[in-house]
Design a protein around this ligand. Structure first.
Ligand code: UGA
Length: 437
């Protein structure tokens, strides 16, 4: 059996590398020539812990790369589509990339004798596989799904920063197929790959698509919920949102994960998926008040931080403000929809002088702000002479900072949006977001 992976981002490259590492014949495809070159030389084009070693081993084994989609269609039994489905300006999902690829796959299928199975791992809005992907594939190939090729919706749940672990240890596999045969084939494949009987839900394509959106939207709902409670705590002296999260998290009906209050959720998935589900619901005439509120709460959360800075510094104009953490989460260099980027944009409009530190995301941030802000390799260099430090991303190294690291600040104000600092120094004005003073 040979496996094709189309689109080599977090999901695709991790999947291709772990499969090849376990002895599968894998062809990875991407249209980005520079990216392919990098990967061929063993370099991961983004920061993902542990992936580089896995990739290097995979290249020694059975991972080969191509820019040619036809090669994948002709040679592979399973064709996984792990392409990005970004958000357009209206918050709708942009399916251009995946539909264009499906058109090309359909054209390659036309001349083919084998019957490959096409597996949609990309996040696509409910109805996309049946109403758009299937139609394009059938039209271009002149073949019917089920007979000429298999078509499965198989959403991915891995987290950035834990991509290798999650690929090898998925908590759930969802297989959406309108043909029983294909679903069972993929189920067998996954059980063999993971060398165990996975927890698998087999359903139809559209239900599988909804599961993915429901999952991410529920996670976003938990975060917005706890951020709402965090804002309440902020106004009531003696309260701390973490204690409340701990208490409600003990109730097994609630669970303790995704209850860390902070500056709001970012990244390439949660913000995009909540908005895409809202747009999808609206287009179908479904009431979306809950998700509207989840999204709005997230958008407004950054204003809470701005208010805190303005209360602390009175006037932020010409003040030197340090941002610790630029990536949307720790162990990542990804700044897509990062709350830090939004915060910097607002503070720059208010004419603050911004200085930043991040262990991995400086390079990506420079592409946005260039020389409008200053960048530091060392944390203390970012802190020295500052009027206010705002800790945004909970990188481990920040939690180790001590009072002494802040002693050269011009004015010793710290706003810790993740409450990870442990500083008890009377000289320092420490404000934890979600703590009432
Ligand atoms: C998310 C989902 O967690 C994955 O299951 C899913 O596969 C992925 O999207 C996707 O659809 O591809 P990811 O974007 O890597 O994964 O990031 P998360 O770990 O979910 O974090 C998202 C944001 O929420 C981050 O900004 C994080 O700091 C924030 N967050 C998370 C909180 O503010 N509080 C929490 O308790 C948890």
């Amino acid at each position: 059996m040979r496996i094709g992976i189309v689109g080599l981002g977090f999901v695709g490259l991790t999947f291709a590398s772990t499969l090849a590492n376990r002895g599968y014949d894998v062809i990875g495809m991407d249209i980005d020539k520079a990216k392919i070159k990098n990967i061929e030389s063993g370099k991961v084009p983004f920061y993902e812990p542990k992936l580089e070693n896995v990739l290097k081993n995979a290249l020694k084994k059975k991972l080969i790369l191509t820019e040619n989609i036809e090669e994948i269609v002709v040679k592979c039994d399973f064709i996984f589509l792990t392409l990005g489905t970004p958000m357009n300006k209206n918050g709708n999902i942009d399916l251009k990339i995946i539909l264009t690829v499906c058109k090309k796959i359909g054209q390659s299928l036309l001349k083919l004798k084998n019957r490959p199975t096409i597996i949609i791992k990309s996040t696509v809005t409910p109805g996309t596989t049946n109403n758009q992907i299937k139609k394009i594939l059938e039209k271009e190939s002149n073949k019917k799904v089920g007979k000429g090729f298999g078509l499965i919706t198989n959403p991915e749940f891995l987290r950035e920063g834990k991509a290798v672990y999650d690929t090898l240890n998925p908590h759930l596999i969802v297989i959406g197929s309108n043909e029983k045969y294909d679903g069972r084939k993929l189920e067998k494949f996954y059980n063999k790959f993971h060398n165990k009987k996975n927890s698998i839900i087999i359903t139809n394509n559209t239900t599988a698509e909804i599961i993915k959106y429901a999952n991410n939207s529920f996670l976003a709902t938990k975060i917005s919920f706890i951020n709402n409670i965090s804002n309440l705590c902020q106004t009531l002296p003696g309260t701390n949102v973490d204690q409340i999260a701990e208490a409600i998290g003990i109730d097994p009906r609630i669970g303790n994960q995704f209850l860390k209050a902070g500056p709001g959720y970012g990244g390439s998935c949660l913000p995009k998926d909540v908005q895409a589900l809202i747009a999808c619901e609206k287009s179908l005439g479904v009431e979306s008040a809950l998700l509207d509120a989840v999204h709005q709460t997230n958008v407004l959360q950054i204003q809470k931080i701005i208010k805190l800075v303005e209360k602390t510094l009175v006037n932020v104009k010409n003040k030197r403000i340090t941002i610790l953490g630029l990536s949307f989460k720790e162990e990542s260099d990804d700044i897509r929809e990062s709350r830090s980027i939004k915060l910097i944009e607002i503070l720059l409009k208010k004419q603050s002088n911004i200085t930043v530190h991040d262990p991995k995301a400086i390079k990506n941030t420079k592409l946005i702000f260039r020389d409008k802000i200053s960048y530091n390799e060392k944390i203390v260099d970012a802190i020295n002479d500052s009027d206010c430090v705002i800790l945004m991303t909970p990188w481990k190294q920040y939690s180790k900072l001590q009072g002494i690291d802040f002693k050269k600040m011009k004015n010793k104000n710290i706003i810790d949006t993740r409450r990870i600092l442990n500083i008890h120094d009377n000289d320092i004005n420490y404000i934890g977001l979600g703590i009432g003073y």
